[in-house]
Design a protein around this ligand. Sequence first.
Ligand code: 3HC
Ligand code: NAI
Length: 725
Amino acid sequence: MAQYARGSAVAVIRLRNPPVNALSRAVLQALEDGLKKADADPSVKAVMICGENGKFSAGADIRGFSAPKRLGGALGPVVSLIESSEKPVVAAIEGVALGGGLEVALGCHYRIAHVKARMGLPEVTLGLLPGAEGTQRLPRLIGVPAALDMITTGKHIPATEALKLGLVDEIVEENTIEAAIRLANKVIGQPLGPRRLSLKPVPKVPNMEAFLDEALAKVKRQARGCLAPELCFQAVRAATQSPFADGVRRERELFQVLLSSGQAQALQYAFFAERAVRRWATPGGASWSSAAPQPVRRAAVIGLGTMGRGIVTSLVKANIPLVALEQDLENLNKGRKAVMFLLEREAMKMEGGAQVLDFHNPARLQFTVDFDLLRDVDLVIEAVFENMALKKEIFHKLSKICKPGALLCTNTSALNIDEIASATNRPQQVIGTHFFSPAHVMRLLEIIYGRHTSPTAIATAMQLATALKKVGVVVGNCFGFVGNRMMFPYVQQAVFLLEEGSRPDAVDQALEDFGFKIGPFRMSDLAGLDVGWRSRKDQGLTGPSLPAGTPARQRRGQRYSPLPDLLCEHGRFGQKTGKGWYLYEKAGGRTATPDPWLLNFLSQYRDTHGIQTRFIDQEEILERCLFSLINEGFAILAEGIASGPEHLDVIYINGYGWPKHRGGPMFYASTVGLPRVLAKLQKYSEAHPDVPGLQPSAFLKKLAAVGNPPLKEWMSYLSQQSSKL
Ligand code: 3HC
Ligand code: NAI
């Protein structure tokens, strides 16, 4: 609702819809009523609009977009009504003014903001565009380049930047409401014409057309198949070409196109999924609502390799004092240099830089080879080599040295958390915190509880994720957990496709066209082929421990491709050696080009193994890679490793470069239709009966059989016994 009150000459309209004052139908109606009341009351000389509880408004109620009577289009006329008021209207912006919230403020004649407020038009991140005349008013106020940047990226800007851009008239350090009322009193009687943004011309940019062409090329490049950024661009371009009213008409048309697009639904699903995963639960009945985290005043990171460096950087950025430990001085010095390099780079991006991060202060970041310095830390993150014996040795040592309450976390990417915990005297405080590379950039933190992990440990790890500005997703313990377990069949299919006749660049292209940031072969070259090779050797799948006489393309009765092993045997580890699935300009190079050597190698390999080369089209590439990944997702859900499809989707969007506008793999499956996914898997598994990853999971079959229910109902079809959650 919006509350109307009148004190002296200024009427106050307070937007009220906790927690973020989203603009629902009821709020809009009350806002309109308030404006009309103020207009009709001769004793009212000015109006001030603010939000309840220190937040202006987070914009249109997103849930309203999927309601039977959609919300889209209802806000624009209210914004026009504000602007056309004959009495000055002042927006008092505290907390956030986002989306429709900022559009309301743009309809006001004056804007005053608290210094800590944030503003933005994030509709593009929900697959939409600012549909309440924001694409037409903002360029008139702050110019086309700045408006395009805000609208096509959806970024939130701080009040100080908003002031520089001219988005707000004034910022205050305290009492925004009083300052806004003062301003409202001051401007009573002043002409409103110059304050009405719809009447202002769009400021000229020299060579506007060339500027817009360049901007469009950039938007398209960055959108990678997502519709909204380009339509946002078109709406702003309309502001440069047409009078205000025509621009608004164009904005409405484009908004309707996006509103009914599958992409907007996927992105809105992703928005709520990210929030839903905060409400975690475990089989023992522990959950977010009853578990309390313990404070982390000091932390430690063990191992300063690829992952440890990023984890240290992330902790420093979150202001958590820490000790960074390596196995010897040589590795310590290497690690320290790398960490300092990362931190210097991060500091350059921040206001206040190195001083704010304070990483030269040993009280905040200490490097050591001495385990004794871990005595008083509250939390340790282990990031040493992926080797069970080594991890157990370290955890055993930690449980002897660390204080009793300390939480012991492992960054293992696949190993058994229970086995690691068994080396300690406190398995209830052992938990997996699986970061993604680069750890200071990637948003995902997969949090893995073991059989004995306590609710406090889970709550503390979730709190850590929030402190690091990451999305924590709580999952159960199995080989590869959720993310990597689903990745195995996907990568396996990609390699099988090469055996059968495809090429690395064809497979990568198909998946990148689908929207992945990077295809599986480019990814494997980036991460290093040796990582998987070592793991396969440890598992006895290749290398000296493989029993003599094992068929080249079969392991444990299943199809196996030795191609990645063969590449490693040829010293092709990927970017680090300058060659892998692709050729690079030099060792450490980043420009991948198809390698004639590899294509020749593949053709000889097929001859050796009597495989007939065939042409594999894009559809088969996509179906075999994606549906096998999704199939594993259904198995994971049925086993109770994750409590819902949203968890899998949030993991894939934030950790594996899955295109967000497709909502995550499970949401994507729901849009394809489960019967179709099932039929395709059945077809491929008949053609490849020795590939278990293609055999449809029982849960998928069940959901298809009960009539393809909507995703939010899936979990209700699992019997209590089969779910561990
Ligand atoms: N509509 C409906 N619910 C919303 C909402 C919105 N615009 N914004 C936030 N919420 C809900 C969240 O789902 C969450 O609900 P839950 O507690 O049930 O999970 C609750 O409000 C609190 O949100 P957060 O947990 O995200 O709180 P934070 O403090 O972390 O973040 C925020 C606050 C920055 C405002 C963040 O919620 C946000 O970015 N919201 C979306 C803003 C947005 O995209 N606005 C544009 C809407 S579209 C629009 O305005 C169209 C117009 O142009 C016509
Ligand atoms: P890495 O090989 O780059 O670094 C490991 C570091 O641990 C080395 O610097 C090494 O000197 C140090 N170390 C080894 N033994 C030690 C000991 N006893 N005490 C202190 N330090 C010791 O390995 P990376 O890639 O950083 O992986 C670390 C862990 O993170 C592994 O478990 C891996 O599976 C996991 N992981 C790796 C990802 C990646 O993309 N590289 C992604 C997610 C998880």
